[in-house]
Design a protein around this ligand. Structure first.
Ligand SMILES: [Zn+2]
Length: 468
């Protein structure tokens, strides 16, 4: 008989289909599952003597989903600042990915997952790296939920560093090995998908065969698509065919198990193609803003949401976003398009929070188990402190808007994943933070020295540099 735990007295926002809210409410956890959700007094009376977490005055929500993140990037922070997308990829990010040792990839992933948990994120989706086994191992150790995959790259590119480019057969075999080893691992907390890293790096044959195998294996396919105009130009240069969505449609790739990040440059007809096929989208506004992709100013996420394309949110990566706090990402998704469209009714906090929870779960093909607080679902939840200045006055009058518009992930106090308390009172359970930070600083310096990379070496301009 597994141990029970009652999270009681908080304002519980369930994100279930009826959008029920209990204040004061409680969530009863038994083993890895939610056993009951309801009024706090009722549950406390029904389950006397059960171990409890006091959440009076706090907000309790489903854990947040980061539907697009490269966990091995933690050690690369600072390597992508203020540089054009191709320049930073060719010169810094791709060599960093290719040059990490297995130990460094593992350490880097731990940093990503610790930062995620600190901000209330309980589930990640990795679009693929050359070190999927180390990513999965780190996730299993720290206790986070997530999807791993192996980077797939079979098209020659003069800018590709040695080690990332492989033959089509080898790419598929290695991707399948990851699925075989990690799909369903760590008591079901881990899943594994196939990857198509970006349209300019994958051949038509790889696309067709990946789709066929993903359907046979019953797994998802994750990839980037039209992040920027530069990427679309790269696709045309390397692949030699038209824009990315019609190409993927022609190859038979579009379907409900395809999850595409960025989607910055779409025509109306392309939105229609994605909708009809049931494709899932991931919006990464912080990556677009740091990288100057243009997704906020020119992207079509308001239209995608309006049309009914399922959309999740992603942080993308440590260097690419500079922060992994999904509440801050939610703020950008909620507000960025208001400014771009000169219309305060566009998107908004409720829409962003749905993308972070129930809607996000649908996009990562996991809605049967996560995304809402309901009996029978996995116990992935966050207790948020609401006693900070930023929450007052009226901290619980409209708690989701307060969270997205006024607060940040720093409000996360306690986090449960699969019934395990992975952070209690801001202390991460499965990682000793001080020694980790020292090890991460040393490893990042060693990687930079070995690969000849410098933080802040170039890019951007000083204020006033263009004046006079
Ligand atoms: Zn990415």
């Amino acid at each position: 008989m597994s141990e029970a735990l009652l999270i009681k007295g908080g304002c519980v926002v369930t994100m279930d289909a009826a959008r029920r809210r209990f204040d004061p409410g409680a969530v009863l956890v038994e083993g890895s599952r939610i056993a009951a959700v309801g009024p706090s007094q009722e549950l406390a009376a029904a389950y006397p003597g059960v171990a409890s977490i006091e959440a009076a005055g706090a907000l309790v929500t489903p854990g947040l989903i980061d539907a697009h993140n490269h966990p091995i990037h933690y050690l690369s922070k600072g390597l992508a600042d203020d540089l054009e997308l191709s320049v930073r990829s060719y010169r810094n990010i791709w060599p960093f990915e290719a040059g990490l040792t297995p130990e460094e990839a593992h350490l880097s992933s731990l940093g990503t997952f610790a930062e995620m948990i600190r901000g209330g994120t309980t589930c990640f989706v990795d679009p693929g790296s050359p070190r999927p086994h180390e990513v999965a191992r780190a996730a299993a150790e720290i206790g986070i939920r997530g999807v791993v995959s192996r980077e797939a790259w079979d098209l020659p590119d003069e800018n590709a560093p040695a080690g990332l480019l492989e033959q089509t057969d080898a790419v598929l075999a290695a991707g399948e090995e990851v699925v075989e080893r990690w799909n369903g691992a760590a008591d079901g907390r881990l899943r594994a998908w196939l990857s198509l890293v970006r349209p300019s790096s994958v051949s038509d044959e790889l696309c067709r065969r990946t789709k066929r195998r993903a359907d046979e294996l019953g797994v998802g396919i994750h990839g980037h698509l039209v992040a920027s105009r530069t990427e679309d130009r790269d696709t045309q240069r390397v692949v030699g065919s038209g824009s990315a969505v019609p190409r993927y449609a022609e190859l038979g790739l579009l379907g409900p198990n395809l999850c595409l990040a960025h989607l910055g440059w779409l025509e109306d007809a392309e939105i229609e193609l994605l909708l009809e096929a049931g494709v899932k989208g991931v919006h990464c506004p912080s990556a677009s803003m740091l990288g100057g992709f243009g997704v906020i100013a020119h992207g079509r996420f308001p239209e995608l949401v309006e049309a009914g394309v399922p959309v999740a949110l992603g942080s993308d990566a440590a260097a690419i976003s500079r922060f992994l706090d999904m509440v801050r990402v939610g703020y950008l998704a909620a507000c960025g398009h208001k400014d771009a469209r000169i219309d305060p009714t566009v998107m908004g906090a409720d829409c962003a929070f749905e993308m972070l929870t129930s809607g996000g779960a649908r996009c990562v093909l996991w809605e049967d188990e996560i995304g809402s607080l309901e009996a029978g679902k996995a116990a992935d939840l966050v207790v948020w402190d609401t006693d900070g200045l930023e929450w007052h006055p009226n901290p619980l009058a409209n708690p989701i808007r307060n969270l997205i518009y006024s607060a940040s992930g720093r409000s996360a106090r306690t986090v449960l994943i699969d019934g395990n308390v992975v952070m209690r009172d801001r202390v991460i359970a499965n990682l000793d933070l001080d020694p980790f930070l020292a090890a991460a600083d040393a490893a990042a310096a060693a990687v930079r020295a070995r690969l000849g990379l410098e933080v802040g070496a170039e890019g951007g301009r000083a204020a006033g540099a263009t004046a006079g």
